[in-house]
Every structure is written in C-alpha cells, then in structure tokens.
Design a protein around this ligand. Sequence first.
Ligand code: GTP
Ligand code: MG
Length: 369
Amino acid sequence: MDAPASTSSGSSSRKPSVVVTIGMAGAGKSTFVQRINSYLRQNHEKAPYILNLDPAVAHVPFEPNIDIRDTVDYKEIMKQYNLGPNGGILTALNLFTTKFDQVLDLMEKRAPEVDHIILDTPGQIEIFTWSASGAIITDAVASSFPTVVAYIVDTPRTTAPATFMSNMLYACGILYKTKLPFILVFNKTDVESHDFALEWMRDFEAFQAALASHSGSRDAEGEPTYMNSLMNSMSLVLDEFYKHLKAVGVSSLTGDGIKEFFDAVEESRDGYEKEYLPELARARAAREQSLQESKEDSMNRFMKDFSLDQAKNTHATDDKWESEEENEDDDDVDVNLIDRSDAEPWPGQYIDVTRMRRSDEQAQWPRPT
Ligand SMILES: Nc1nc2c(ncn2[C@@H]2O[C@H](COP(=O)(O)OP(=O)(O)OP(=O)(O)O)[C@@H](O)[C@H]2O)c(=O)[nH]1
Ligand SMILES: [Mg+2]
C-alpha cells in the first residue's frame, strides 16, 4: 500500500486505472457503473474488477467482484447499535474499512488481469465524501493505483443556475479534499443535453447572464439581490476550478459518450503521475518530518525533566535504583509495561492529591523503602 503506484506504459507492468464513482443520490452512479462494465466487456479484452461499497442498496445492476453487503449487514448494525439508516450505513462502511487492507490485497492480486477497477459508492454522498472511512478507502486505492474520481451529475436536474452552482461547489469540495484527477460526468444526456453546462463552464459571463435572466435575481428597486451577487462572485471562483478538470456528457441508458469517458480516464493517468504522486510523496515526507520532530521534542522534554529531578533529589536515584541486579544490565534498554488496571496501587503510581480528602485511604501511598 505504501509503494508508489507505477504507471509505466509497458502493458505487462501497467497498473489498472481505478474509477471512483461519486455523486448525489439518484444521479445514476450504479447505472453508470453497469454501463461502463458492459462497455468494457464488449469493447475491451479485459473485464473490469468491480467493488460495491453501498451497504444499503437492494439491487445492483452488475455483478460486483467484492460486495460490502457480503461483509456487513447494515440493517443488523442499525438494530445492534440502535442507529438510524444513515448511521447504519456509515457504521457499516467504517467496519468494512477496518478490513480494507484485505480488499487491497485482493485488488493487487487481480491487478495483472484487469485494466480497470471500478468503485460504486453509497447513495448518500456525504457518507463517503465526508467520513474518515471514505477518505481512508480513497487514499488507500490512490496510493496503490492510478485513480480518478468520476463525479456523476444528474444533468436534467441541474439546469437551474443555482442548482448547477451548488452541485459544482460540492464537486469542488471533493476535488480539493481528494486532490485526485477529476472527471465531471454529465449523466442522462438522453433526457437533457449537457451543452448548457459546458457553455457555463467555458464562459462565466454566459453563466452570469443565465443567472440574471432567472427570476428573483433583482429586488424591488431593480438592484441585484444578495444571492445574485454571491453567485456572480462564486462563478468567478468556479472558473478557476473548471480549469482543473475534464467534463464529458454520457447517457448510462443508451451508452452515449462512454468512449469519451474512457479517453478522459486515460488522459487522467498523466495528471495522477505528474501531480498526485509528487503531492503524495511531499505529504508523506512532511508527515514523517513532523512525527520525527514531535518525537524529538518529547524526548528533549523528558530528558530535561529527568535531569531536573535528578538535580533536585539526588537521593531519589539511590532509593530506587541502587540494586545490584539492575546495575548489571545497565546497557539494555528495558521497557517494563505496567498494567494500570490492577486494583493494587503500585510504587511510584501517580495519585492526584488535589482531588483527595484527608480521610481517603489511598492518600497513604507507598513510599520508597
Ligand atoms: N434517462 C436516464 N435515466 C438514467 C440514466 N442513468 C440512470 N438513470 C436512472 O436514474 C435512476 C437512479 O439510477 P441509479 O443508478 O440507481 O442511481 P444511483 O446514483 O446509483 O442511486 P443511489 O445509489 O441510490 O444514490 C434510475 O431510475 C435509473 O434508471 C440515464 O443515463 N438516462
Ligand atoms: Mg447506486
């Protein structure tokens, strides 16, 4: 898991691309996974390896290779832990994540035989994107394989400028959280073409014009409303965000645009290698450095306290350590663990005297002999 993913283009050592599908409830994630599954089976020699991470789904339109429902029963978890449906799904995902190293092992084992690994995530988007387990799963696969996030958008439901902006802000949050290559997948183009979205992404003035033409954008005096000004400023922020991603329109129902989606996945491998991996290496180095610094800091503070104690109470060491046995193995660094759950107080035990009354028995703590 810690070894950086190799993206060498030699076909034998080429790692499979991982596609993490994320999107609002009902956006069409599972239908999209089924569509890319059948596309790869028809047009590609190798079938994909599919993981279903939605514990609450009653029926998935594909045959997953690994299914979270085989490991955890979210309804049983709801009963046992007295949780509601979302708490149950989250806890099920957390429990599954504790076994994710085994899942990763299976993925590594199957990697030579597959070109694509697809993850379908729970309908409640925040359970995956804002939970520790979602982040652990994403980071784990991304540190082993070239990974891309496919953010599925329900196109017919995003034609209103305010809804479009909210959805894009959500996507923006996921991009900055995962830092992975990102593909906006405008789904359901058989119902509504995604041309309006591409236009708004390309030209923020077109988006602002769409906003202005929407009712409620001006108050009684004809001035732009607070919401309208906010959205105008936001559109400038998003303009920067759009530069970092690819957008494709697909219909999971008819299969339109699926080839373009895989072209985008292929291009994203480059972004993964050039941007994500160096960033990952930097983050790891920074984490190790800060861990090292905090270790050194604790050690320095310990040594300072220890030498102060020694200076203050020169007899203390005689009292405690002047035994022949211990002097014999002075060179060994011996750590004795003490089970603090034992009922009997042990010599040297910390007792909080500030919380104690005179009559307390424990106040008679053992003293060095
Ligand atoms: N017309 C049309 N309908 C679609 C398309 N993709 C999905 N749907 C429909 O959208 C509905 C939701 O699809 P799902 O694939 O279950 O969506 P999901 O995002 O997995 O849903 P949850 O996991 O419950 O959040 C279903 O009724 C699908 O038939 C599409 O490309 N075109
Ligand atoms: Mg689904």
